[in-house]
Design a protein around this ligand. Structure first.
Ligand code: ADP
Ligand code: AMP
Length: 222
């Protein structure tokens, strides 16, 4: 008898700068699962100056969280799309307990059992990483001018797009985002554990992104 494989869901959990986006892009290539980054979706709205983008612009720049109902609506719509049927990787969501509560209920209703990967990185390393982070304004590829610089300065290796520094990676905003993570996001980990999701800690500064991605794939595919 043919059985249908339940859709897989990986929740990449960790502080800003812990490497979630970097890992999600690598894992998408290795596993073929969709990459859902709420930060990327929100930045696209800001760049396109949509009604939502104009509304959230200043909150994004100052590193504040966007209201739960806005982010929940974007994710709910996104995970219904065809490219999520095999599996999907959540990067930067859930970030508050109400977001996690809704996710748990949605996953239960769909018969999906997510796995949590918690990327742990010392905050002093994170502050240095975010000061060095550059983002391609066209394709979203991530760089670090310290450890993963582009071949041509300020230009994306893949599409030639201009590299930018995110407004919220300015030093004065970084510590505020880490404080928000401590107060509002870290408790989400306990909520997910309480929901029965297995959670695995990885040292996000022990090795290159490729090495860390290999360890995560080994965990998921065993
Ligand atoms: P997040 O999505 O959690 O905010 P990113 O994936 O954007 O974090 O990573 C933040 C910065 O750290 C980027 O500049 C990225 O190139 C760099 N980075 C990510 N993983 C590693 C790693 N394992 N070692 C060194 N630098 C890394
Ligand atoms: P990120 O790209 O994950 O670092 O997110 C960048 C910014 O987008 C955050 O500082 C928030 O302003 C907003 N954001 C991203 N994801 C969420 C979320 N799940 N809940 C609320 N705000 C979010």
């Amino acid at each position: 008898m043919e059985t249908t494989q339940p859709r897989r869901c990986l929740i990449l959990f960790g502080a800003p700068g812990s490497g979630k986006g970097t890992q999600a892009k690598l894992l998408k290539g290795l596993l073929g699962w969709a990459h859902i980054s709420t930060g990327d979706m929100l930045r696209e709205h800001v760049a396109a100056k949509t009604e939502l983008g104009l509304r959230i612009d200043s909150a994004m720049k100052s590193g504040s969280l966007i209201p739960d109902e806005v982010v929940n609506m974007l994710v709910d719509e996104r995970i219904r799309r065809e490219d999520c049927q095999e599996g999907f990787i959540l990067d930067g969501y859930p970030r508050t307990v109400p977001q996690a509560d809704l996710l748990v209920r949605t996953m239960r209703a769909s018969g999906i059992a997510p796995v949590v990967v918690h990327l742990k990185v010392d905050y002093n390393i994170i502050v240095a990483r975010l000061a060095s982070r550059r983002l391609c304004s066209q394709c979203g590829q991530l760089y670090s001018v310290a450890s993963n610089a582009p071949i041509v300065t300020e230009s994306c290796d893949y599409c030639g797009g201009k590299l930018i520094t995110r407004e919220d990676d300015k030093p004065e905003v970084i510590w505020k985002r880490l404080e928000t993570y401590d107060n509002q996001t870290f408790p989400v980990l306990y909520f997910l554990l309480g929901a029965g999701y297995p959670s695995h800690d990885f040292d996000g500064s022990d090795g290159s992104p490729q090495v860390i991605a290999g360890r995560i794939v080994q965990l998921l595919l065993g």
